[in-house]
Design a protein around this ligand. Structure first.
Ligand code: PMV
Length: 318
């Protein structure tokens, strides 16, 4: 049994160079979330006629099942085994709502399944395996803050630790404005990204933003870090909105939070937004401002609930 966190990307993975292997166009940077995680148990048995997949207490079929079975096939191939598996996976947060459930799900599955198959993989091998389930899952393997080196091949595309979890007292207040399943999966978003006329410009400019962000992270400069964080989030959504077909992830609640954060910053309350492939907003701040920001966010119309996170552990066997 393994437990693994979701992570929030400060610099995002958007667009795949190789969609079979999930090789991205650019490096990305993230923080593991202490309070949003998946617990997965995997048992291989020659008595089973077929794989049985239970996610959030429901037996899954169709596409979702297909993805998990394909992933289990990778593990079986590595372990040179044909045994079918019983997989039980559970999130402690709503699925497919812009909190990267695929990251925690596939990193937990990578660790639980490889251990159950008797493979003794190191962190780099686990990151590579998790990446093939879902790109962002590669970053959930290590404790604290992660850095996924895009690489150019299966062996060179994996995440390393950028800093341990107590390096910086950052908080991510996940602010849920919609917990319905999103209409466009991140997979559809990655494919559509390449059709945006701005995609090449993004890729060209990213090395500079990455460097600047790493510098701010090193200096723990929240204001400059926050500015870059927001630019990056807007960039991803600009790609999505200008893709063919266009993808709009935001709703009224999303936009209200973006506006309010700006207002509050004028009062000295320093919260910055980042948004993944969904409507929900991740408000990034330091510990000092976290409680006041959470209190205000909860009072906004459209906000259903919030989840306060610090930087958390990576995937662990239980
Ligand atoms: O790992 P995927 O394929 O679900 O893609 C993740 C995409 C974003 O969450 C929007 C960005 C990221 O880097 O996590």
């Amino acid at each position: 049994m393994a437990r693994s966190p979701a992570n929030i990307a400060f610099i995002k993975f958007w667009g795949k160079k190789n969609s079979e292997l999930n090789i991205p166009f650019n490096d990305s940077m993230s923080m593991n979330l202490s309070d949003c995680y998946t617990t997965a148990s995997v048992e291989f048995s020659s008595d089973l006629a077929d794989d049985l997949i239970v996610i959030n207490k429901e037996k899954v079929e169709g596409n979702k099942r297909g993805k998990v079975v394909k992933f289990l096939d990778l593990v079986r191939q590595m372990a040179k085994s044909n045994a079918r598996a019983r997989v039980v996976s559970e999130n402690n947060f709503p699925m497919a709502a812009g909190i990267a459930s695929s990251a925690s799900a596939f990193s937990a599955l990578a660790l639980a399944a490889s251990a159950a198959a008797g493979l003794n993989l190191n962190t780099k091998q686990l990151s590579i395996l998790a990446r093939k389930g879902s790109g962002s899952a590669s970053r959930s393997m290590l404790d604290g803050f992660g850095y996924w080196k895009a690489g150019t091949s299966d062996e060179t595309s994996y995440a390393v630790q950028l800093a341990p979890k107590n390096y910086w007292n950052l908080r991510d207040i996940v602010t849920v404005v919609s917990n319905k399943e999103k209409k466009f999966s991140s997979g559809e978003g990655h494919a559509a990204a390449l059709t945006s006329p701005y995609f090449q410009t993004r890729i060209k400019n990213l090395p500079r933003r990455l460097k600047e962000m790493k510098d701010c992270f090193r200096q723990k400069n929240i204001t400059m870090f926050g500015e870059l964080l927001e630019q990056e989030a807007v960039d991803l959504h600009l790609m999505a909105m200008s893709s063919v077909p266009p993808i709009f992830y935001w709703n009224e609640g999303t936009i209200l939070i973006m506006r309010k954060l700006r207002e509050w910053r004028n009062e000295g309350l320093l919260g910055y937004f980042t948004i993944d492939a969904g409507a929900n907003v991740h408000v990034i701040c330091t510990e000092e401002d976290a409680d006041e920001l959470e209190k205000r966010l909860k009072q906004l119309p459209g906000v259903e609930f919030t989840i306060m996170n610090r930087a958390g552990d990576g995937a662990k066997l239980l």
